[in-house]
Design a protein around this ligand. Structure first.
Ligand code: RB5
Length: 166
């Protein structure tokens, strides 16, 4: 992607990935963190650091803040289903989060929609599929086409008009 596009998409340094999970995603987070590092990325682990019951909105906020501050390039959130994490992450300004349990959506979500947080459900998919999805997500680049930019601008406009703070 051209640098002008990166600025507009508010992206942090490429290769830095913020990852977070509640208790439901704790084990998969640990497995994926090692895999992501081995794949040549830096992982910023925002917790949880145990499988004690915890609340996914907390990790959604922590991961989003790393992206908003441009300390991280993209994020990954894991809970039991991926749903709670994505609902929470999409409340945070500039976050484009989605549950993807297939490699097509993980790639296309970045290429067309500039998805910047991948959400996974550790109680839905296994570790090997999760790794393939993560790699599809991380290797994908936003396609800087006019129609994709137009749609993103409309999403920005929704944020401007309807998000009250943050
Ligand atoms: C926690 O039990 C579970 O509700 C959470 O991990 C997630 O699945 C929510 O979407």
């Amino acid at each position: 992607m051209e640098s002008r596009g990166k600025e507009r998409l508010n992206m942090g340094p490429k290769k830095k990935i913020a990852i977070g999970a509640d208790h439901g995603g704790y084990h998969l987070k640990n497995a994926l963190s090692g895999f992501i590092r081995q794949s040549g990325y830096e992982v910023i682990d925002m917790g949880a650091f145990s499988n004690e019951p915890s609340d996914y909105p907390d990790y959604a906020r922590l991961v989003a803040e790393k992206i908003q501050s441009r300390e991280a390039w993209r994020g990954i959130l894991i809970c039991g289903s991926g749903v709670g994490a994505s609902v929470a992450a999409n409340k945070l300004r500039g976050m484009r989060a989605a549950v993807c349990h297939d490699t097509y959506s993980a790639r296309q979500g970045v290429e067309d929609d500039a998805m910047n947080i991948l959400c996974l459900g550790a109680r839905v998919i296994g570790e090997e599929l999760a790794k393939e999805i993560v790699i599809s997500y991380l290797r994908a680049e936003f396609k800087d086409l006019e129609r994709y930019r137009r749609r993103l601008s409309k999403i920005k406009e929704l944020e401007r008009r309807w998000m009250t703070s943050g």
